[in-house]
Design a protein around this ligand. Structure first.
Ligand code: SF4
Length: 288
């Protein structure tokens, strides 16, 4: 081998060495298509180098990261809670569903137990407790995540614009609002309509479970990601789960989009209608 070739090889090696050292200094460790698992760092921090912009996906962006970024963007688009994959729901545990033994004489008895509840921090900003309303013997129960401003003001669930749309959805399957029961995972309005936090859900949901144990519906429609994920103890996004029957304590659950989401994305009404037709057909079969 000539000395020129050896010098050129050494020069290339030094260049590569310098380049690798630079990538390490800016935090890039997984270079060159390694499939080793590593912490997923925000790719946006790694798109520029001294020698010019790095193309996204060319160096330092693990394929898993690209997939997760795509999923996160899609989830954000559809109003999903964005959760890392391959991690169980924080409250996920085997046999995690409550035993659904009716132990209350009436829904009023449950409401009396709640009283002027201050069991969780949501009591601090609420005006009224939104217990839930409807037919105590309903075959169909709708569950949302929590009261909004108008619900907080009136003490009734789903009475704002989203509630009016829910009324139309109920009418579209041949029922009236007074035929069904409507409630939320938490009974006090989260400030700024934020998603209820885990400790708030943990504290409040036993009341909902008692309501469901008393009503014992044939079908629960879980409206939106938080309601679905809390009820089913899952991190599965509503975009993937909607339209598929699930089971909660022997009761069929249909996950679908929240009416508030439909107000922002009316093109999704078709999907909700498809889901509600499944609910209608199931209820009709059960009744015949
Ligand atoms: S959200 Fe539920 S647990 Fe929390 S204060 Fe209101 S009623 Fe009580």
């Amino acid at each position: 081998m000539s000395s020129e070739i050896i010098d050129e090889a050494l020069s290339i090696t030094r260049e590569l060495d310098d380049q690798l050292r630079f990538y390490r200094e800016i935090g890039l460790e997984d270079i060159g298509g390694s499939t080793a698992t590593r912490e997923l760092a925000p790719a946006a921090n790694h798109t520029e180098s001294a020698s010019g912009p790095l193309k996204a996906g060319a160096i330092g962006e693990h394929p898993q990261l690209r997939n997760d970024k795509g999923a996160a963007q899609q989830a954000a688009l559809f109003g999903d809670t964005i959760l890392p994959r391959e991690q169980p729901h924080p409250r996920s545990r085997s046999q995690s569903f409550p035993v659904l033994e009716p132990s209350d004489a009436s829904l009023e008895a449950i409401r009396e137990d709640i009283g002027d509840c201050r069991r969780c921090k949501l009591h601090e900003h609420r005006r009224t407790i939104v217990f839930g309303e409807g037919n105590p013997r309903a075959k169909l129960v709708f569950i949302g995540e929590g009261p909004g401003a108008e619900e907080d003001a009136t003490g009734r669930p789903f009475v704002g614009r989203a509630g009016q749309l829910l009324d139309k959805i109920i009418a579209a399957i041949g029922l009236r609002r007074e035929d069904v029961y409507i409630a939320n995972i938490v009974k006090c309005r989260p400030p700024g309509n934020r998603t209820p936090e885990r400790d708030e859900v943990d504290t409040c949901e036993p009341f909902l479970f008692r309501q469901l144990a008393f009503i014992r519906p044939d079908v629960i429609v879980a409206l939106g990601s938080p309601a679905f994920q809390c009820l089913l103890r899952t991190r599965e996004p509503i975009t993937r789960a909607r339209g598929e029957w699930r089971d909660w304590n022997g009761i069929k659950v249909m996950p679908t989009f929240h009416p508030a989401f439909l107000l922002r994305s009316p093109d999704k009404k078709r999907e909700v209608w498809d889901d509600m037709k499944k609910v209608r057909d199931y209820l009709n079969r059960e009744a015949s």
